[in-house]
Design a protein around this ligand. Structure first.
Ligand SMILES: C[S@@+](CC[C@H](N)C(=O)[O-])C[C@H]1O[C@@H](n2cnc3c(N)ncnc32)[C@H](O)[C@@H]1O
Length: 254
């Protein structure tokens, strides 16, 4: 079963993620596979060993552990809903006690020094707090000049005026926080705080998203994950990439 699971969750474009225990990823699921999304994002950040990285909205710290292990960086794993003690247990088991620090943090009241981080990373979280026009000006001050900010969020192929008919049965108000790469590019550029380097969509991202949800819906022991994952996968298949995908945005502090 484990070999079968590993085979199903091994996708050629995410070779680093394939080294991680698939059951561990499923047991800690909070949304689309965060390691896959981070593996897509990371090369655009030019991370160097020893760099100080803030993983903002890290959830269960899977991405923080991945960053520390794969790139040798020192990570501050900051989250609101998941308590630092829960993440500390995961971080220790993963052998990252010296490189990942769990912190309870609200994205608008970050307890860090100005200019402290070489990079700020956020996977499947930034849309919860980052669409506010004033937010980037606030967040960017925690980056050193030239430091990188990189996020991946559920996104839109293009901005919407109305809910597409085929998505109406699935739509939730929170989906209005999803935006296209062009929207994010303009949103960040207007802040004057950063220079946008990348704003794009993951090719056929919806397929990976649906596949991950299918596997979680089948394998997870959590009723909510099984039900929610299955319904979301159904939505993604109905949409078939017409509307939904993943947006990546990378910028440097000016
Ligand atoms: C869908 S989960 C994703 C977690 C993790 N990044 C992952 O991909 O598995 C969204 C995360 O955003 C965090 N979040 C939402 N609003 C936040 C806020 N205002 N400040 C800090 N974190 C926030 C939540 O605590 C939650 O863990």
């Amino acid at each position: 079963m484990t070999d079968d699971l590993r085979a199903r969750l091994t996708l050629p474009r995410y070779p680093r993620s394939a080294d991680y225990d698939p059951q561990w990823m499923i047991d800690n699921v909070m949304g689309p596979n965060p390691l896959w999304l981070l593996e897509w994002l990371s090369p655009a950040l030019d991370l160097t060993a020893g760099a100080r990285v803030l993983d903002l909205g890290c959830g269960k710290a899977l991405t923080s552990i991945f960053l520390a292990r794969e790139y040798g960086v020192r990570v501050t794993a900051a989250d609101l809903w998941i308590k630092p003690s829960d993440n500390w247990a995961r971080i220790q088991v993963a052998g990252c006690a010296d490189t990942v620090t769990p912190v309870l943090a609200e994205a608008h009241e970050l307890p860090f020094a100005d200019g402290y981080f070489d990079a700020i990373v956020s996977v499947d979280a930034f849309h919860y707090f980052g669409t506010d026009d004033l937010y980037l000006g606030y967040l960017s001050r925690f980056l050193r000049p030239g430091g990188a900010l990189g996020v991946v969020v559920p996104g839109l192929i293009a901005e919407l005026e109305d809910v597409p008919e085929h998505l109406a049965p699935f739509w939730e108000p929170g989906f209005w926080t999803f935006h296209s790469p062009q929207w994010w590019h303009r949103h960040w550029s207007r802040s004057d705080a950063v220079e946008v380097k990348v704003a794009d969509l993951l090719d056929d991202g919806w397929r990976d998203w649906a596949h991950w949800n299918d596997v979680c819906a089948e394998v997870s022991e959590d009723d909510f994950v099984r039900e929610f994952g299955g319904r979301e996968a159904e939505m993604l298949r109905v949409d078939a990439g017409r509307t939904l995908g993943f947006t990546r945005v990378v910028a440097r502090r000016v």
